[in-house]
Write a protein that binds this ligand. Structure first.
Ligand code: ADP
Length: 540
């Protein structure tokens, strides 16, 4: 068959080439990891430096398809490196620095990383563990000479010195668009982490979809606070969408506390921000404490775990900000759903709208989803019938990296491990991760609902609900609460708030107050750690 349209294979380098050419003056601002100072650069500079880095890497003897790891925070150097790596046909393996030593050793060896790029603050990881990484040929520290770690190790390069004398011209090669561009491992709460190998095609399609107005919908007038890490599921595609649209990017480096994020927002008049709920809890808390309003931001995207209604209301009522709930997973590149209102929702009374707006949202074009029961029978789209959430689409995993068998069924559906319902307007609502549901006396209790209701209490900062073993009921809920600074909410008052949403038998038998809740490597409540911590909990 004759193809009448041009058919150049996708290469992610096209994003940064476009940005350098058509959005060259637009800025990327970083809070430097080295000294917390603010650094400004432009897309045209980033393009030239990504080409320089591509040349430097080539000289180190890498070959098409080699994996290059990054253990790094959100900075302009990390962004340049992404393009310098993937653009020449190598695979950028983003590594979460908060993984445990066992997990780090596992994934670096499993991926067979040839080189590792690393922020100097994470250097102790290499110093302690390099003997476990026999395949790594060298380390590139993402900094300038004066911050280089003192080390006896050979083959440690300084990024700035490495690229200094290189040419800023580079011929990005043409290759199959289904070649791997990036690799990201799930944090693996059970068993070994599993790798998801994205391709140039899947990442670009994902980014096009993310750019739609009903998805993330960025443009050159936006200034985006990118709290969601480059190392976690492609920073939700924003590291591609930024250059594609010319949006100004704000990278927070290592400072993710409320005061630092607020300062970035205010100083650069951010219009959009993206991150996990714990970051926004801290930001809102800070703004409350200092009595300030976020004037420039119009939308905040929240995902990674469920956002509570209290968060949606706090953004809306105190800051005039629309909180957009999003859901996805590493296996989905990660975008699955985003919550924006359809005309049908906007026609509803304000309070009723909220019950839809707090759901995880509607699928982005390119993703299909359904909810099935234990026997695989599709459940009605009635907003009530809960089942296993299955997804498919061009940026959904087909098989894990190096796995022999696909991880989808014969029709291509991938089981997300989430329990959910879908309503008549196409809004999907996560009820729980299947392994976090609490089963008491044969009935299910949603830990997510319980947490989000408890966080509606004015003195509760964070709340996590877990199942604890019970002889009579098999499991009972236990609620673990971090009070807001200086507050001492009573157990009774929290139970009163819960009683507005839960039947009496569903209420937790006890509430435990703690100073902090353990988080996973991706910033979510670590239910696994909590379950271990409270395994023998007997109550009052
Ligand atoms: P990891 O499993 O490594 O923490 P992922 O980002 O891949 O990282 O986790 C995906 C899971 O996170 C989803 O399957 C879902 O359980 C949960 N999740 C993501 N976004 C939301 C959300 N908005 N509401 C509830 N759960 C969410």
């Amino acid at each position: 068959m004759a193809i009448n349209m041009q058919n150049t294979p996708f290469n992610l380098a096209s994003c940064i080439e476009f940005a350098g050419k058509y959005h060259g003056q637009q800025k990327v601002i970083t809070r430097l990891v080295e000294n917390d100072e603010l650094h400004e650069t432009t897309y045209s500079e980033i393009l030239l430096r990504s080409r320089k880095f591509a040349n430097a890497l080539k000289k180190l003897g890498v070959e098409f398809g080699d994996k290059v790891g990054t253990i790094a925070l959100n900075t302009y150097r990390h962004l340049e490196a992404w393009y310098g790596i993937s653009g020449q046909g190598l695979v950028c393996h983003t590594i979460n620095p908060r993984l445990s030593p066992t997990q780090l050793i596992y994934i670096i060896n499993h991926a067979e990383d040839k080189y590792i790029l690393i922020d100097h603050v994470f250097w102790p990881i290499v110093e302690k563990m390099h003997q476990h990484f026999p395949k790594v040929k060298g380390y590139i520290v993402l900094t300038e000479e004066k911050y280089m770690p003192k080390t006896e190790l050979p083959n440690v390069y300084c990024y700035e010195t490495l690229i200094e004398g290189e040419s800023d011209q580079f011929d990005w090669p043409e290759f199959d668009e289904n070649s791997g561009s990036s690799l990201c491992y799930t944090s693996g709460t059970t068993g070994n982490p599993k790798g998801v190998m994205y391709t140039h095609k899947s990442n670009l399609l994902h980014s096009y979809a993310g750019g739609l107005k009903d998805a993330i919908g960025m443009n050159a007038r936006d200034t985006v606070l990118v709290v969601v890490p480059l190392f976690h599921a492609n920073s939700w595609g924003i590291a591609y969408l930024g250059p594609m649209t010319g949006a100004t990017l704000l990278f927070p480096g290592k400072a993710m506390d409320g005061a630092s994020t607020f300062e970035l927002i205010e100083k650069y008049q951010a219009t959009l921000a993206a991150g996990v709920p714990t970051v926004w809890t801290n930001l809102l808390d800070y703004a409350d404490n200092v009595g300030k309003k976020m004037e420039s931001v119009t939308e905040v995207i929240v995902g990674g775990s469920a956002a509570p209604m209290s968060m949606l209301k706090a953004f809306r009522d105190k800051h005039d900000i629309d909180l957009l709930h999003a859901w996805g997973m590493t296996e989905m590149s990660p975008l699955g759903t985003l919550n924006r209102p359809t005309p049908q929702i906007l026609a509803m009374p304000k309070d009723e709208q909220l019950t839809y707006r707090i759901k995880q949202g509607r699928p982005v074009f390119g993703v299909d989803m359904k909810v099935v029961d234990e026997n695989g029978v599709e459940q009605p789209r009635d907003g009530k019938s809960v089942g296993h959430l299955l997804v498919k689409g061009n940026w959904v995993v087909h098989s894990y990296y190096k796995a022999e068998a696909p991880c989808v069924d014969e029709d291509g559906w991938f089981d997300t491990g989430d329990m959910a319902n879908i309503d008549e307007y196409g809004y999907m609502e996560i009820v729980d991760r299947s392994k976090d549901l609490i089963k008491s006396g044969g009935e299910w209790i949603s830990s997510v609902d319980m947490e989000n209701t408890a966080m509606g209490h004015p003195d509760v900062l964070m709340a996590a609900a877990i199942a604890i073993p019970d002889e009579k009921w098999s499991e009972r809920p236990l609620l673990i609460v971090v009070p807001k600074e200086g507050k001492t909410p009573s157990k009774e008052s929290i139970k009163e708030v819960l009683a507005t949403q839960f039947a009496k038998w569903q209420l937790p038998d006890d509430i435990v107050f703690v100073e902090s809740i353990p988080l996973t490597a991706t910033g979510k409540f670590s239910k696994l750690t909590l379950r271990q911590q409270f395994a023998d909990y007997k109550g009052e």
